[in-house]
Design a binder for this molecule. Structure first.
Ligand SMILES: [Zn+2]
Length: 358
């Protein structure tokens, strides 16, 4: 399939936002292509919301999982009261495979990559453009949930791809675009991908009451941090309208974090604020999974990824859902994140790197 041809073809007709729901990206229409191995190959021109509806109409598994998710969302339980940074628990049994995915190199090498076009289900189509393919995530965590996978098989890395994330955030302006690091929740660490999801999972991120402290007040690009004690773990926020400034600031932060292979451990999310600025959330990590992770007695199948760091703790077993209380959720999030000392050291390194040499 010639991706560039499809991408170019998509610049034709603007959407009509008024006819669509609040989560509709105001993007140009683009060509939708079924995977080349599909017996239902089709080429359609439509916007992402129409694409979403078309996928659910053609794909019973996805339709059923989105119906189940709607029910699960209505039964989600808030663990916090009226704090700006909310934590809730969600029971979604169809997430079990993702939560328990083995991501060690041997396991990854032994399975076909489910994000590569040749291995996707025949029912699944894609919107192509900019070297990426937008797919409806058939195992959703919110009422709209897309996976945006690189058109080429290549490792999950944030460096060099923040600009793409910013572009996607502007495109899916009512959704939250996020990135799970290869050791921080990505179930396909071998294939570069982002996800875009309804902001119901990230309510705290856009809450104007969220207390933040300024680290770097530069004009046009502010670096802030969560206030100690107001949230369960420390994270960074970058607010700016300027993509180049966001990328520069985030790259400096990544260089300042404890270094790890293949990259510093992070979860990243981006949303568009009502005034048009992009808000970038960077949650540094020190552990992939908490000590409580497991299926044996006393264990819980909870494996934090960006969604969890943003305040929605996903459970796939009723017993975990029932047992999870605020203290346990806070302990899990805090255990996998940097402690205050490590976080302060990161800020110190950032400030050193950000100071022009004399
Ligand atoms: Zn792949």
């Amino acid at each position: 399939m010639n991706l560039s041809t499809h991408a170019a073809a998509g610049k034709a007709t603007p959407t009509t936002p008024s006819a669509l729901s609040a989560s509709t990206p105001t993007t140009p229409t683009r060509t939708v292509c079924a995977p080349s191995n599909s017996s239902h190959a089709r080429s359609l021109t439509m916007n992402p919301e129409s694409f979403f509806r078309s996928e659910l109409a053609a794909w019973p598994l996805a339709a059923e999982n989105f119906r189940n998710l709607e029910k699960a969302s209505s039964q989600a339980v808030s663990l916090t009261d009226s704090e700006p940074w909310r934590i809730r628990k969600l029971l979604v049994s169809h997430r079990r495979a993702s939560i328990t995915a083995k991501t060690d190199p041997q396991s990854i090498a032994a399975r076909p990559c489910f994000l590569c076009e040749a291995n996707r289900p025949p029912e699944q189509s894609a919107i192509t453009g900019h070297g990426f393919q937008t797919l409806v995530n058939p195992y959703p965590l919110a009422r709209r949930h897309y996976t945006i996978a690189s058109a080429r098989h290549g490792p999950q890395r944030i460096s060099g791809h923040l600009q793409e994330m910013a572009r996607l955030t502007r495109e899916f302006r009512d959704l939250c675009v996020f990135y799970n690091g290869p050791l921080c929740g990505a179930s396909a660490p071998d294939h570069l991908h982002f996800q875009a999801i309804s902001t119901e999972v990230a309510a705290g991120l856009t809450d104007p009451r969220l207390p933040l402290e300024t680290i770097d007040p530069s004009d046009g690009c502010k670096l802030l941090r969560s206030v100690c004690g107001a949230v369960p773990y420390p994270f960074f926020i970058i607010d700016s309208t300027d993509t180049a400034a966001i990328v520069r600031c985030a790259d400096l932060l990544l260089d300042s974090l404890p270094q790890a292979e293949p990259e510093p451990m992070v979860n990243v999310a981006m949303v568009m604020l009502p005034d048009g600025r992009l808000r970038t959330f960077i949650a540094p990590r020190r552990r992939h999974r908490p000590a409580v992770y497991g299926s044996g007695p006393g264990k819980m199948l909870i494996s934090p990824a960006t969604i969890e760091m943003l305040g929605t703790i996903v459970c796939s077993r009723p017993e975990d859902f029932e047992r999870l209380d605020l203290a346990t959720a806070t302990a899990i999030l805090s255990e996998v994140s940097l402690d205050e000392q490590q976080f302060a050291a990161t800020i110190h390194r950032y400030q050193q790197l950000n100071t022009p040499q004399q």
